[in-house]
Design a protein around this ligand. Structure first.
Ligand SMILES: [Ca+2]
Ligand SMILES: [Ca+2]
Length: 480
């Protein structure tokens, strides 16, 4: 089993096939018939990523043919959390009670469907935490972009400025909703969008919230990470409905050789340098079988390969996600999903090559459990997820996850942050069990609560961390 999962695919073949497929499908889909696009939402948390419901304040419309429109919206999320023994060591006191609150206000000005200016300000605070959570940025400019089309019926649009850019299932590029501080980018995105295909070409700089206010690290308003560029092409093909295919090719280059903060680029042996990380991948999902009155069987599979360099180390890494899920056409709409994730870790320390997969700007919360003890990096995971909808307003989700390291000698990313370079602690990290309930109180207000427990296995035990951790939270989201 070890040998099979550690093998990384042939770089050149993978790279070429993704490029050829991307170009081929782009050409194919420039002229298919019209249909609508239906997406599955797999996330446990139901906090809306877009604000689809009726705004509290109606839009202001003017012009001879009502061609100008200004819409204002706002939302607020407050979450109270209890974290017990996240260091997995009862002898050390690290329990914490805290609250985080985030408020956003945005103004969306459009001229027909030709031009658009979007301005959003946000405020993020933490209340009562004993530890520095890096979750604060008082009122700041959140998004500001200008969008333009040449003609109203053109599939092409150009967006310039600071923007959210979630891609695909957000496994590698998310916007987020769990964290107080959301993922933003500064730059240019060219989009081609019809009902059959959406392709995004982008060149952006990732924004960071961290700053060093000596001697402490802290967070404040987002700013682009110097000398770091993220660029690529991401395509979604809906022309074979009900199956959907996504293909992507993305590059992340850090040209700063001697950054001291946030993270310097270093080889395994500690030599400073620059890095280029290229990611090519594919994602396929849809129904496999469906019968009205009985149920629906569906699947999703995603794989990505990374290559390039980290200082003077060569980079070869990969990830694989696969799941199957079944939804019964019964009261409470029971849905059962089994899923697996693998992201490679470094095989050998100091060998001039790194195999640690990077989840880039991907989602950490909810795809891999709600306590965020792991991310898609040096990870093997199996999960069983059951969701129920007892009423139209109430949704329940029970999850069981088992986590292993992919490489015994690479780090446990997230969690207590342990590493055993000898590999003698094995790879068995532990299990997480959780229950999340969401309740739609009204059109504007959603309540959500969750509890979870982490059961440590051999790996943390061998590091003197044998005790379980608990997590509980309660939150509201209000949309105006
Ligand atoms: Ca403790
Ligand atoms: Ca290595």
């Amino acid at each position: 089993m070890t040998k099979i999962t550690r093998r990384v695919p042939n770089k050149t073949a993978y790279f070429l096939s993704v490029i050829i497929l991307t170009l081929y499908f782009n050409m194919l889909s420039f002229g298919f018939a019209v249909n609508q696009n239906v997406r599955d939402n797999n996330a446990a948390t139901t906090e809306p990523k877009s604000q689809a419901q009726l705004p509290l304040i109606p839009p202001v419309v003017w012009g001879s043919a009502d061609e100008w429109k200004l819409q204002m919206r706002a939302d607020q999320r407050l979450r109270v959390e209890r974290r017990d023994n996240f260091d997995l060591d009862k002898r050390k006191a690290d329990n914490d009670d805290l609250a985080i609150v985030r408020t956003r206000v945005n103004f969306d000005l459009t001229y027909r469907s030709l031009w658009r200016v979007y301005l959003e300000v946000a405020d993020a605070r933490q209340i009562g935490a004993r530890s520095e959570l890096m979750q604060e940025a008082y009122w700041h400019l959140h998004q500001l972009f200008f969008e333009a089309k040449l003609r109203e019926d053109s599939p092409w649009s150009l967006r310039v400025g600071r923007q959210a850019m979630p891609l695909g299932d957000q496994r590698l590029v998310d916007y987020g909703s769990w964290s107080n501080l959301l993922r933003l980018f500064d730059g240019v995105r060219l989009r081609y969008k019809t009902n059959e295909v959406e392709t995004n070409f982008f060149v952006v700089q990732p924004d960071v919230y961290q700053r060093r206010h000596k001697p402490a690290l802290t967070t404040d308003d987002p700013h682009p990470l110097r000398h770091t560029y993220f660029y690529g092409i991401y395509s979604t093909f809906s022309c074979w409905r009900p199956q959907t295919l996504e293909l992507y090719l993305m590059g992340l280059s850090d040209r700063e050789k001697v950054r001291s903060f946030p993270n310097a680029v270093k080889s395994e042996t500690g030599r400073f340098g620059t890095s280029s990380r290229y990611t090519a991948g594919a994602r396929l999902y849809g129904p496999l079988w469906q019968r009205s009155g009985t149920g629906k069987l569906g699947y999703e599979i995603e794989s990505a390969y990374q290559w390039g360099n980290v200082a003077d180390d060569d980079l070869h890494a990969a990830m694989l996600h696969a799941d199957v899920h079944y939804t019964w056409d019964k009261p409470w709409k029971p849905k059962l999903k089994i899923e697996g994730n693998i992201a490679t870790g470094d095989r050998k320390f100091g060998d001039g090559q790194t195999n640690t997969f990077s989840p880039l700007f991907g989602s950490t919360h909810s795809p891999y459990g709600i306590m965020d003890f792991v991310r898609l990096q040096n990870l093997r995971e199996l999960a069983l997820i059951l969701s129920l909808e007892p009423t139209k307003k109430l949704k329940l989700q029970v999850e069981a996850h088992h986590y292993w390291l992919d490489s015994r000698t690479d780090s446990w990313y997230n969690g207590p942050g342990l590493r055993d370079k000898t590999g003698q602690s094995g790879r068995d990290l532990g299990e997480e069990l959780s229950l999340v309930a969401t309740y739609k109180l009204s059109e504007r207000v959603t309540l959500e609560g969750g509890i979870a427990h982490f059961f440590p296995d051999n790996y943390p035990r061998k590091h003197g961390k044998p005790d379980g951790a608990n997590f509980a939270y309660l939150q509201y989201v209000i949309n105006f």
